[in-house]
Write a protein that binds this ligand. Structure first.
Ligand SMILES: Nc1nc2c(c(=O)[nH]1)N[C@H]1C(S)=C(S)[C@@H](COP(=O)(O)O)O[C@H]1N2
Ligand SMILES: [Mo]
Length: 420
C-alpha cells in the first residue's frame, strides 16, 4: 500500500512505489496509486485532447480575427472557400547581414492568381499528410493552454510547390491581421530546422484539422502553422503568408518584449487549483499537469514545507529548496489510445508512435502534457506550502537549466494550504 508522507525519504518512496504499483497494476490511469487511494476519490488525469471550450486563447488584434462573421470573414479569407496562402521571397538585401537576395522559382501570390487554396493543400495531404499530438503553451503564461491532435502537411512539402529555392536562411510566416501592419504577428524558423527533421521528431506543419475536425476559427483555422518544439508564439493562427529570406536575423514579433525568440518548450510542472483549507486528518490531493520539452520528463516531485505566517518567497537556488525532501508523484499512464483519438484515427498513424504496437515511443511524450498527482496524509494543524517540480531526462530539476523566465514561464509553483 502506498502512503506518501512528507517524512518519507525518496528511497523509501521508490521502494514502496514500485511495490504499490505492482500490487495495484497502475490504477485508474495513474502509474502508482494504490487501490484504497483510488477508492478515496483521487483526481482523474486531465483529458489528453483538451475540450474546445477549455482551450485557452492568446490572440492579438482588434477586432480579433476570430470575431469576424459573414461577409467580413469571407473578405478576410478566413473561410474554407476563401482561404489563400501566399509564398514569396525577400528581394531586399542589407549589408552586412545579406548580400544576395533569396529566390523562389515559382512564388505563389494573389496578384498572379496562383496563391494556394485549401483544396490544393488537402490534395497535397493525400500523399504528404502527417498527424501528431502537441500542447500549446504561451512563453509568457504559467500553464499550458491546451493539447490537441493536429493534422496537416509539413511546411517543407508546401515550400516544394514553389520549385527551386536559393539563398534562403530563414522562413517567416504570419496570418490575417486586419490589414493593419501594426497588428502583424509573425514568427520564423531557420532553413535547417525546417528541412531536416530527426527520425521520430515532429515536422513543422500547416495544420488544417484539430482532433479530426476542421480547425475552428478561434483555434486559428482554416489553416494554422504548428511548430512542435516551440512555445505558442511560433504556431501562427489564420496563416496567410510565408516569406523566405536570406537575412539570418530572428525578427519574430516575440523578439520584442525581451522574449527569447528561439526558445523551445521547457519541461515544467503546473499545479491545479484546490481547497486552501483542509481539516487536519483529511487527505490532500495534489494534482496538476506537466509539459515536456525536448529534454523530456523523467518524473514530477512535490515538497511539503511547513511555514509560520507569511514567509518571503523562497528562491529555488537555496539549500532548503534544493534539499526538500522532494517526493515522487504518480504520473498519468499511457492511455488506451482507441478511447482517446477521434473516430477513424489510429495511434500507429501518428508520428512518435510505434507502427506495430500503436504505443507512444516515449512516455510522457515530448511537446505534450501529462497529468500528475500525489496523496498527502497526516499533516498536523498549521500552514504548509506545497511545491511541484519536474526533473527532465538530463536530470535537471525545474527551473534549471533555464531559470530566466523570458524563455518560458517555468517558475516552481506553490499551493498554500492551511490544515485546521
Ligand atoms: N495570427 C496570430 N497567431 C498567433 C497569435 C496571434 O496573436 N496572432 N498568438 C500566438 C501566441 S503568443 C500564442 S501563445 C498562441 C496561442 O494559441 P491558442 O490561442 O490556440 O491557445 O498563438 C500564437 N499564434
Ligand atoms: Mo504566447
Amino acid at each position: 500500500m502506498l502512503h506518501t508522507t512528507p517524512n518519507l525519504s525518496r528511497r523509501d518512496f521508490v521502494r514502496l512505489g514500485a511495490a504499490g504499483a505492482a500490487a495495484a497494476g497502475g490504477l485508474d490511469g495513474w502509474s502508482s496509486l494504490a487501490a484504497d487511494d483510488v477508492a478515496t476519490g483521487a483526481p482523474k488525469p486531465h483529458p489528453v485532447l483538451t475540450p474546445a471550450k477549455d482551450f485557452y486563447d492568446v490572440s492579438r488584434g482588434t477586432p480579433r480575427p476570430h470575431s469576424l462573421v459573414g461577409a467580413a470573414q469571407i473578405e478576410a479569407r478566413l473561410t474554407a472557400e476563401s482561404w489563400r496562402l501566399e509564398i514569396t521571397a525577400d528581394a531586399y538585401i542589407e549589408a552586412p547581414h545579406t548580400n544576395t537576395p533569396a529566390t523562389l522559382a515559382k512564388p505563389l501570390t494573389l496578384a498572379n492568381g496562383n496563391a494556394l487554396d485549401l483544396p490544393a493543400l488537402m490534395e497535397l495531404g493525400k500523399t504528404r499528410e502527417v498527424s501528431y499530438l502537441k500542447a500549446i503553451q504561451c512563453l509568457n503564461l504559467e500553464a499550458p493552454l491546451g493539447q490537441g491532435l493536429w493534422t496537416g502537411v509539413p511546411l517543407k512539402d508546401v515550400l516544394k510547390m514553389c520549385g527551386r529555392m536559393d539563398n534562403v536562411r530563414r522562413i517567416y510566416f504570419w496570418g490575417y491581421h486586419n490589414h493593419d501592419p501594426k497588428q502583424v504577428f509573425k514568427s520564423s524558423v531557420s532553413y535547417t530546422q525546417l528541412m531536416e527533421t530527426a527520425p521520430g521528431e515532429l515536422p513543422v506543419m500547416l495544420a488544417y484539422r484539430l482532433n479530426g475536425e476542421p480547425i475552428s476559427l478561434i483555434r486559428g483555422g482554416p489553416v494554422r502553422m504548428i511548430v512542435p518544439w516551440s512555445h505558442g508564439y511560433k504556431s501562427i493562427k489564420w496563416l496567410q503568408h510565408i516569406f523566405v529570406t536570406n537575412d539570418p536575423r530572428n525578427n519574430d514579433t516575440y523578439s520584442s518584449g525581451n522574449n527569447d525568440p528561439d526558445s523551445f518548450l521547457k519541461t515544467a510542472a503546473y499545479i491545479d487549483k484546490g481547497p486552501d483549507k483542509i481539516k487536519s486528518g483529511e487527505i490532500i490531493y495534489l494534482s496538476g499537469i506537466a509539459i515536456a520539452g525536448p529534454s523530456g520528463l523523467k518524473r514530477v516531485e512535490y515538497w511539503v514545507r511547513r511555514v509560520e505566517g507569511n514567509p518571503q518567497p523562497l528562491a529555488f537556488d537555496t539549500p532548503e529548496f534544493q534539499n526538500g525532501p522532494w517526493v515522487e508523484c504518480a504520473i498519468q499512464q499511457q492511455p488506451d489510445w482507441s478511447s482517446v483519438l477521434p473516430a477513424g484515427m489510429k495511434a500507429n498513424q501518428l508520428i512518435g508512435f510505434d507502427k506495430a504496437t500503436g504505443k507512444a515511443l516515449t512516455w510522457p511524450m515530448r511537446y505534450c502534457t501529462a497529468s500528475y498527482s500525489a496523496i498527502i496524509r497526516d499533516l498536523k494543524p498549521g500552514t504548509y506550502e506545497i511545491r511541484a517540480r519536474t526533473v527532465d531526462l538530463n536530470d535537471f530539476a525545474q527551473p534549471e537549466p533555464r531559470p530566466a523566465l523570458k524563455n518560458g514561464r517555468n517558475a516552481v509553483q506553490v499551493r498554500r494550504i492551511e490544515m485546521t
